[in-house]
Ligand binder design. Structure first.
Ligand code: ZN
Length: 290
């Protein structure tokens, strides 16, 4: 799933490549992806793309004051096409929405396709006059890359929260943009157990966690910056230290990275770096061993 760094990079990519073009048309192929009816998606036709930005994990294409807001969800992706003239979809079965732009000076008519792999169809596209009209945006917590996301901001978030820190970091209403992958990474950098209860963090641990959040996300944005949309996924994978690396060696201490599985996701961590060398209970695994 694309998280803050990838969506930030996609927004930058669109600022560079889409801004200045007008929208020639929007083809909605997967109707369940379109979450709004007013204004209609056809209202985007003829408008000039004036900007692209990010709200948490939401991608926001500003078309002269009308916003095409996309949440890529778990299996969604954006595929940029330099020339859509007569082009067949790159992945017809996964195609959800296609945005066609007017030709540039080179005569090519670019655009992009929003695709979604898998059977869970969660990709969501909204056409709104104000991004805050999207419920998931209106309820977002502070952005961890904003200047006002300080140690004090984080201290007020974790203080009094009886939630496990992993869950807290992933909660979009608490902090915007961090998902399953980067919460694993942040907690590895902060040398903290994912099951630690937020309110039990000391002042020093809050400060460490703040540094870990900001540096991890900044580094990831830095690596993703300037990459073509199609290269972002592999860059994300190769840049991760523990997430998705069960059984591999921790790049810091060499211990074996372990995982805890849940119904529809799993987390990865390094016992030596994060839990005093003690493996966390994996309910699925213990059930299998019974
Ligand atoms: Zn380690």
């Amino acid at each position: 799933m694309p998280e803050l760094p990838e969506v930030e990079a996609l927004a930058e990519f669109l600022r560079e490549h889409a801004v200045g073009h007008a929208v020639a048309g929007v083809d909605v192929v997967a109707f369940q992806a379109l979450k709004t009816v007013d204004p209609p998606v056809t209202a985007l036709g003829g408008l000039t793309v004036t900007g692209a930005g990010r709200h948490g994990k939401f991608l926001d294409l500003d078309c002269d004051g009308l916003h095409l807001v996309t949440h890529l969800a778990r299996g969604g992706w954006l595929r940029w096409r330099d020339d859509l003239t007569g082009a067949r979809p790159a992945r017809p079965k996964a195609l959800a929405v296609r945005i066609r732009l007017t030709p540039g000076e080179d005569g090519r008519a670019p655009g992009f396709e929003l695709t979604e792999a898998g059977t869970q169809k969660r990709l969501a596209v909204h056409v709104v006059r104000n991004p805050d009209e999207v419920p998931g945006i209106a309820s977002l917590g502070p952005d961890p890359l904003a200047d006002d996301f300080t140690v004090e901001t984080l201290a007020s978030i974790v203080g009094g929260s009886r939630t496990q820190i992993k869950g807290l970091l992933r909660d979009q209403k608490v902090i915007a943009g961090i998902g399953n992958a980067y919460s694993d990474e942040v907690l590895h950098v902060a040398r903290m157990s994912p099951f630690k209860i937020a309110a039990t963090l000391t002042d020093d641990q809050v400060a460490d966690l703040h540094t870990a959040i900001v540096t991890t996300l900044r580094d990831a944005v830095g690596r993703a910056r300037g990459l073509a949309a199609k290269d972002l996924k592999s860059e994300k994978k190769s840049g991760l230290r523990v997430h998705g690396r069960t059984g591999q060696a921790c790049p810091v201490c060499g211990d074996t990275i372990r995982e805890v599985s849940f119904a529809d996701s799993s987390l990865q961590y390094c016992p030596t770096c994060q839990t005093g060398g003690k493996p966390l209970a994996d309910r699925r695994l213990s059930r299998l061993l019974k």
